[in-house]
Design a protein around this ligand. Structure first.
Ligand SMILES: Cc1cc2nc3c(=O)[nH]c(=O)nc-3n(C[C@H](O)[C@H](O)[C@H](O)COP(=O)(O)O)c2cc1C
Length: 177
């Protein structure tokens, strides 16, 4: 999934590269552009604690179902004010439906996860924490981290086109899922 509103931007292209690699390896893939979807944030109603699914019926319903079924998920977001984008965070909160009343994950363990981020700050280490914190969430949910790909955009949505190393890394992470 892509949490950037910039279609064809850095995160979008890197996520696509991971998906292309996965397709090469025989995976069937589905790409979700969060910014083009209509959905609400978690309402904190706790319906999911007894019903096992989110009560909200919107464009995230299918995505959440696909995550439950998937062998691997690619999570992409730009860094917005030290964190992942708002579009991404609303999706993340809805993953609360994957957690049971004993605060254990309902997801089958061992799904692979890839995280992709892009940032403006030329200091690549500045926002390592955002991806690392989300990786912790994913591990808690039972995912195995297959890779974290982070880049600096130098102010350009096309910066990734100059980063053959990262495009290659993304494709190779995808094909080794
Ligand atoms: C609202 C907003 C907040 C941002 N906050 C940060 C930030 O805290 N740190 C940073 O390095 N870049 C920040 N950026 C820059 C983006 O992270 C950067 O342009 C990124 O490469 C965008 O990825 P994309 O091309 O996939 O959209 C921000 C950009 C926007 C629009």
């Amino acid at each position: 999934m892509v949490g950037s509103p910039r279609k064809g931007g850095n995160v979008d292209r890197l996520v696509q590269e991971v998906l292309d690699g996965a397709e090469e390896a025989g995976f069937q893939t589905e790409k979700y552009i969060l910014n083009e979807m209509n959905y609400s944030g978690c309402q904190g109603c706790n319906y999911c604690k007894s019903a096992e699914v989110c009560k909200l019926d919107d464009d995230l319903s299918g995505l959440l179902e696909d995550i439950r079924e998937a062998d691997a998920v690619v999570f992409g977001s730009p860094i917005y004010f030290y964190l992942f984008s708002g579009q991404f965070k609303l999706m993340e909160d809805r993953m609360y439906s994957f957690i049971d009343p004993q605060f254990k994950s309902r997801l089958a363990p061992g799904k692979k996860a890839v995280i992709v981020t892009s940032q403006g700050n030329p200091d690549l280490s500045a926002f390592e924490k955002a991806a690392d914190d989300f990786a912790e969430v994913l591990r808690f949910l039972g995912f195995e981290m297959a890779g974290i790909i982070r880049m600096v955009d130098g102010g350009s949505p096309d910066a990734v086109l100059e980063r053959k190393d990262l495009l290659d890394q993304a494709r190779s992470v995808g094909s080794s899922l």
